[in-house]
Design a protein around this ligand. Sequence first.
Ligand SMILES: [Mg+2]
Length: 217
Amino acid sequence: MKIFQLPEHPLALIFDMDGTLYTHDEYMRSQIDLPVKKLAALQGKSFAEMQKLIKDYQDDWSAQHSGKGISLGNTFKNFDVSIEESIRWREMLYEPERYLTRDPQLCETLRVLAASCKLAVVTNNPVSIARRTLACLGADEYIPLVIGLDTCKVSKPHEAPFRRAAKLCGAPINACIAVGDRYEIDISLPLEMGMGGILVDGVKDVYELPYIHTSFT
Ligand SMILES: [Mg+2]
């Protein structure tokens, strides 16, 4: 876990979903492989060819942007798949119910955090997938606010979903903390905006959050 510029009195925790509120390599892998397979079929290419084209594009993009990463949604735009189309594909292809089960330790963690902060999820998946994911984890009731790819029609890192989350939480930007597993996608921009940030290495780090700030317990 890495902690950046936490506010003295946090009012909102804005979580990434995948790789943050659960850790499941196979499900995470499927979220990349399934749309890439669909794109390969559409463009008459093999899965391996499409994987290479995407990797080459992402490597080039990164080299031209000081080593930063690019989301799959933004990558797909370069292959003529609009954000609207990405949303439909994800709703059709992703199956959190196949992989995820109730996580009592996460539920207890969120219950404790919700006593002092508003909790929200900002995700590059559609809201419906995030809600199904939270339902699988048993955590739906603790996170009333989900901002998805279909809410602002832009993919993280982008200010719009973070500003929307802060507003819906009723919290000033500088009283929010972004929590996520990818620095360039989840943390870097919120820090520039004036939020705090916590980079986690999976859900096991989320279990520790109640102990990292005196106002959480
Ligand atoms: Mg993530």
